[in-house]
Design a protein around this ligand. Structure first.
Ligand code: HEM
Length: 474
């Protein structure tokens, strides 16, 4: 093991400059990782310190576990750029063409991209999201009203099985709600986008039908992009095109794919994680919710369970010391927000007994490349969770919290299902006029401007699927 002197905070420390490829890293995505990821992070931290070599399904990478080191990477875009073209092993043909993570990283959209094309694209994203995130903008009000109506529609559908019963709140609420929101953002006419939404679901589930579903989905998004190019509307694709007129149809379709994926997966996970935290009474979330502080509850939930546990890779621009190792130019580095939040340096500042949580967490990223849709995602999740706890008089987990099934993914940590026993409030609030007391700002938006024709909804494939879940008594 080659060592060289390096100045740490307390003076010179030994630096290991063994090459990543020669360290025989251990696999990260094991059965242990699936069930107790925190133990795996702690084992790696004890063995390697703030940065550990890991094997990601056959490809070696550095996993950043330290809070300070994560910030070092995230806040220095020049020293640690994104962009797969910066990956030495890939350029040298050492990343297998059938690497399972390839498909999710090789679609070159704003989240993955580095290089000169990134800046104008990110600026356009910020501009296109603004109307939906500025609380004074009519679009933001319409969105909030629409989320309220969608949430009520879904809850009423659950109630069709009876005022009390069993439901899977993941399949019947947390997953479809953000899909419906994505359709609203994308400006799919009526419920025409529903087939595409069902395909997004298949892609995220990565089952045997994922590949044809991805093809259909990209085709549908390209078609939508062409429509918006010809006839712009009040929607995200049209705003993005207006802010970045140079985007080709293909490029626009990729960005729409990114929006659909982020919205449906991340926001759904945030909703489910929040519900679990509240129902299992972990931490002080129940106390904050009952005090009406849904946003603060959510901040605590993203800190304790970040939906995006490992970020997309960055690459060392030059040989750089990080943790105990020298990271070679072109080595891939994955920041793990979940591990960084468990770093004693960060964790000791977060008193779990308080209802006021820290905002220094990394759940939305940090630096220039942090999430541009934080407000939008938080609003959708907060309105959804708010409606759930207003419409259900009683909700309890139908499984002990440690037996809930988690999905195994290198990027995300989310539930496969969320079985609950429920009792609805006897007189359901009909989703006729948007904007209950819990959704300030939504009250003046007429319902017909935010929801598609309800009969079209009932004919849609998403609705048929959800109705099927009720009949099958899941
Ligand atoms: C609970 C929901 C969400 C969470 C926790 C989340 C989290 C994050 C995080 C951690 C990053 C930084 C990744 C990195 O540094 O590699 C990120 C980036 C990004 N997010 Fe989100 N996100 C959420 C929802 C959304 C939604 C709904 C959208 C789109 C409407 C979105 C759009 C983006 C984009 C475009 C980036 C890339 C920014 C860049 O590289 O400049 N996110 N998000």
């Amino acid at each position: 093991m080659a060592m060289e002197a390096h100045w740490g905070e307390g003076g010179p420390v030994g630096l290991d400059d063994t090459r990543l490829e020669d360290l025989s890293p251990e696999p990260l995505l094991t059965r242990d990782y699936e069930t107790r990821p925190s133990l795996v992070y702690e084992r790696l931290r004890q063995r390697h310190g703030a940065v550990a070599p890991v094997d990601l399904l056959g490809v070696p990478a550095w996993l950043v576990l330290g809070y300070r080191e994560s910030l070092d990477v995230l806040q220095d875009d020049a020293g640690w750029p994104k962009g797969l073209e910066n990956w030495r092993a890939r350029t040298e043909g050492r990343v297998p063409s059938d690497w399972p993570l390839g498909p999710s990283l090789e679609v070159n959209h704003v989240l993955i991209q580095g290089g000169p094309g990134y800046r104008p694209l990110r600026t356009a994203w910020d501009a296109a999201l603004k109307p939906f995130q500025d609380p004074r903008h009519p679009q933001a009000k319409r969105l909030k009203a629409a989320v309220t109506v969608y949430a009520d529609e879904l809850i009423s559908l659950v109630g069709e099985a009876g005022g009390t019963g069993l439901a899977d709140l993941s399949a019947q609420f947390s997953r479809p709600l953000p899909l419906m929101v994505a359709s609203h953002l994308l400006g799919f006419p009526g419920s025409q986008g529903d087939d595409a939404l069902m395909d997004m679901w298949r892609v995220l589930d990565a089952g045997p039908d994922a590949e044809p579903a991805l093809e259909r989905l990209l085709a549908a998004l390209a078609e939508l992009a062409a429509v918006k190019l010809k006839t712009p509307g009040d929607d995200f694709p049209s705003y993005l095109l207006a802010a970045h007129p140079g985007l080709s149809l293909d490029e626009l379709a990729r960005e729409l794919f990114m929006l659909l994926g982020m919205t449906s997966d991340h926001v759904g996970i945030l909703i489910s994680n929040t519900v679990v935290e509240v129902l299992s009474g972990e931490g002080s979330v129940r106390a904050t919710l009952s005090a009406g502080m849904v946003r603060e509850a959510m901040n605590r939930v993203v800190m304790r369970k970040p939906p995006l546990v490992n970020f997309v890779p960055r690459f060392a621009a030059r040989d750089t010391p990080l943790g105990k190792y020298t990271i070679r130019a072109g080595d891939p580095v994955w920041v793990s927000s979940a591990a960084a939040h468990a770093d004693p340096l960060f964790a000791k500042h977060v008193a779990s007994s308080t209802t006021v949580s820290t905002r220094a967490h990394l759940s939305w990223g940090a630096g220039r490349r942090q999430c541009p849709a934080r407000e939008l995602a938080s609003t959708v999740a907060a309105v959804g969770v708010g409606r759930l706890f207003e419409r259900f008089a009683h909700l309890e987990l139908a499984l002990p919290v440690d037996q809930l099934p988690w999905r195994s993914s290198p990027f995300m940590r989310g539930l496969r299902s969320l079985p609950v026993r429920y009792e609805l409030v006897p007189m359901p609030v009909r989703p006729t006029v948007a904007g209950p007391a819990s959704s300030p700002g939504a009250e003046l938006v007429p319902v017909e401007t935010v929801v598609p024709d309800p009969s079209a909804r009932q004919r849609s494939s998403l609705w048929r699927y959800l109705t099927g879940l009720i009949r099958s008594g899941r």
